[in-house]
Design a protein around this ligand. Sequence first.
Ligand SMILES: Cc1cc2nc3c(=O)[nH]c(=O)nc-3n(C[C@H](O)[C@H](O)[C@H](O)COP(=O)(O)O)c2cc1C
Length: 161
Amino acid sequence: MKGFGMNPASLDWAFVDKLRKFTKMKIVLKGIEAPEDAKLAVEHGVDGVLVSNHGGRAMETGRATIEDLPEVVDAVNGRIPVFVDGGIRRGSDALKALALGATAVGIGRPYLWALTSFGQAGVERALEILTAELRLAMRQCGMPTLARINKSAVILHDSRS
Ligand SMILES: Cc1cc2nc3c(=O)[nH]c(=O)nc-3n(C[C@H](O)[C@H](O)[C@H](O)COP(=O)(O)O)c2cc1C
C-alpha cells in the first residue's frame, strides 16, 4: 500500500478490494458520480460514497453533482450512506441535496473563503449562516425536521436529455 501518489492510473476495483482487506476502518469512496460505479462500490464492500467532482476542478465539463445525486441514490438503494459535495453555497442547496436522498452534504471552498478572510471565526460564522439558512428553507417547505425532508421539496428536470 505504498507509492500510489495523487492520481494513479492503477486505481481500480481490485485496489478497492485490497484496501478493504487491508483495513477494518470505514472506507468512503469520494468522486463517485455514476450509478454503475455506485453499485460497484456497494458490491466491493465500501461503507459509503461521496458524490463529488472535486468542485469541478477535476473535470469542469461534467454534470453538477446535484444532477448525479438522484441516480447514485437510486443505485445504492439505501444500502450505504450517500454523501455529496460541490456547489453547496446556501442552506437551500443543502436542503435540495438532502431531499434528493443525500445522507449529509459537504462544502469545500465556502469554508476556505471564510478561513482566508476571517480565520476560525469566519469558518464558524459560515457554518452558522448555512445552518440558519437550512433551518429557514426547511420551515418554508413545511419540513421542520431532517426526518421530514423528502423529494417533494424539489422539481427534477432530466439532466441527461
Ligand atoms: C484548493 C482545493 C483543493 C482540492 N483538492 C482535492 C484533492 O486533493 N482531492 C479531492 O478529492 N478533492 C479535492 N478538492 C475538492 C474538495 O475536496 C471538495 O470536493 C470540493 O471543494 C467541494 O466543492 P465546493 O468547493 O464547490 O464546495 C479540492 C478543492 C479545492 C478548492
